[in-house]
Design a protein around this ligand. Structure first.
Ligand code: FES
Length: 55
């Protein structure tokens, strides 16, 4: 599922980055999530928090 349509970033990409120890800021920098229109930022942050809590 795409989380960020502007940068074509999927939930799977975000979850893999979290599993490698990346913070939201690092994911944002690496994948570009939330760096265009910005409307995915809150949901992407929430996704990172939820995935960390499941690990
Ligand atoms: Fe992610 Fe636009 S949908 S920056």
């Amino acid at each position: 599922m795409y989380v960020c349509l502007c940068k074509a970033v999927t939930q799977q990409q975000i979850e893999q980055a979290v599993e490698q120890g990346d913070s939201y800021a690092q994911i944002r920098q690496k994948l570009g999530v939330g760096t265009d229109c910005g409307c995915c930022g809150q949901s992407a942050k929430q996704m990172v928090r939820e995935h960390i809590s499941r690990m």
